[in-house]
Design a protein around this ligand. Structure first.
Ligand SMILES: CCCCCCCC/C=C\C=C\CC(=O)SCCNC(=O)CCNC(=O)[C@H](O)C(C)(C)COP(=O)(O)OP(=O)(O)OC[C@H]1O[C@@H](n2cnc3c(N)ncnc32)[C@H](O)[C@@H]1OP(=O)(O)O
Length: 280
C-alpha cells in the first residue's frame, strides 16, 4: 500500500537551476514524486530497475502518485524515469506469462486505472522521455500532452511484432496525436520509431540532449498554462479526450484481455519473446 511521505527538502533533481527550491516529496521505492514549490509542478519519476517494466506494484504506485498530484493541486505533472537509457520497457511480461489469475486481473484493472487517470487528468502533463519507450512505455508517454525526448532512442507500439494486439484504447491514445493513416501503419507494422522519426511525424514534440533539458522543456510547456483558468483548461482537455475515455468498457476489456492472454498460442509467443529478451 502506497503511503505518501510528504516532507520538505532541497531538490537534488533538476540540477543547480532549481536546487534552491524547496520541494515536497511523496515517494516510495518505485515512484518518486517531487513538487517544486516555486513552479508548483510535480515530477513523477519511475524507478524500477532494470527497465521500469510495468508490474502490478509499479502500476499501483503510479496510480497513487497521480491521485497525490491531483489532491495537492499541482500546476502540472512531468513523468520521467530514473534510469539512464530506458523510460519504460512497457508491461512486465512476467505478469502475463504463466500468470496467477487473480493477480492478472488486478494487474490489468490497475493499468486501466493509470491510463484513465493520466490520459483523463485535468492538470497539464508532459513526458520527459529520457530512454526507450516501447509498448506500454509509449502508452504512458502518449497519454501526456507533450513529449520531449533524448536523441537515438526508440518509441512506439510494437505489439504486433510480439504477436499480440494492442488494446483499442492504446490505439485511441496514439490517434489523439497522429493522423489515422499514420496510426494504422504504425500499429500494423508494430513500428518502433527513432527519436528523430518520431519528432518528424509529431509523435514527439521536441528533442533535447539531456534529461535536465527535457525536464526544463516540459516545465516550459506546463507553464504555458499559467494564465489560463485551471477549470476551463481541465474541462476543455477532458471534453476533447472524452470520446476516447468513454470508449473503454472496463469490464469487457478486462474479460477480453484475460481470455486472450490465456490462449495457448499467446502464452507460447510471450514465453519465446521473454526468452529472446533474456538471451539478448
Ligand atoms: C490475438 C492475440 C491477442 C493477444 C492480446 C493480448 C493482450 C494485449 C496485451 C498486452 C499489451 C502489451 C503491451 C506491452 O507493453 S508488452 C511489453 C513490450 N515491451 C517490449 O517489447 C520491450 C522489451 N524490452 C526491450 O526492448 C529492451 O529491454 C529495452 C527496453 C529496449 C531496454 O534494453 P536494454 O537496456 O538493453 O535492457 P535488456 O533488454 O538487456 O533488459 C534488461 C532486463 O530486463 C528484462 N526486460 C526487458 N523488458 C522487459 C519487459 N517488458 N518485461 C519484463 N522483463 C523485461 C530483460 O529480460 C532483461 O532481464 P535479465 O537481466 O534477467 O536478462
Amino acid at each position: 500500500m502506497f503511503l505518501p511521505r510528504i516532507v520538505k527538502r532541497m531538490s537534488p533533481l533538476l540540477g543547480s537551476r532549481m536546487s534552491l527550491n524547496a520541494c515536497r516529496f511523496a515517494s516510495t521505492d518505485l515512484v518518486r514524486t517531487e513538487v517544486d514549490d516555486k513552479t508548483g509542478i510535480a515530477v513523477v519519476t519511475m524507478n524500477r530497475k532494470p527497465v521500469n517494466s510495468l508490474n502490478l506494484e509499479l502500476l499501483r504506485e503510479l496510480s497513487s502518485a497521480l491521485d497525490a498530484v491531483e489532491k495537492n493541486k499541482s500546476r502540472g505533472m512531468i513523468l520521467a524515469s530514473s534510469l539512464d537509457t530506458v523510460f519504460s520497457a512497457g508491461l512486465d511480461i512476467t505478469e502475463m506469462y504463466k500468470p496467477d489469475q487473480a493477480r492478472l486481473k488486478d494487474f490489468w484493472t490497475t493499468l486501466q486505472e493509470v491510463w484513465l487517470k493520466l490520459f483523463g487528468s485535468g492538470f497539464p502533463t508532459a513526458a520527459a522521455i529520457n530512454g526507450h519507450a516501447p509498448a506500454g512505455g509509449c502508452l504512458l508517454a502518449m497519454s501526456c500532452e507533450y513529449r520531449v525526448m533524448r536523441p537515438n532512442l526508440t518509441i512506439g507500439l510494437n505489439e504486433t511484432q510480439l504477436g499480440i494486439v494492442a488494446p483499442s484504447w492504446f490505439m485511441s491514445t496514439m490517434e489523439n496525436i497522429l493522423p489515422r493513416r499514420e496510426v494504422e501503419l504504425a500499429l500494423t507494422l508494430g513500428k518502433m520509431f527513432s527519436t528523430e522519426k518520431a519528432h518528424e511525424i509529431g509523435l514527439v514534440d521536441e528533442i533535447v540532449d539531456t534529461k535536465e533539458e527535457a525536464l526544463a522543456k516540459c516545465t516550459e510547456f506546463i507553464q504555458l498554462f499559467a494564465r489560463v483558468p485551471r477549470e476551463a483548461r481541465a474541462l476543455t482537455k477532458q471534453s476533447f479526450r472524452r470520446e476516447a475515455l468513454q470508449k473503454l468498457d472496463r469490464d469487457q476489456d478486462l474479460q477480453m484481455f484475460i481470455y486472450l492472454v490465456n490462449q495457448p498460442q499467446v502464452q507460447k509467443g510471450l514465453g519465446l519473446y521473454f526468452e529472446s529478451l533474456k538471451k539478448k
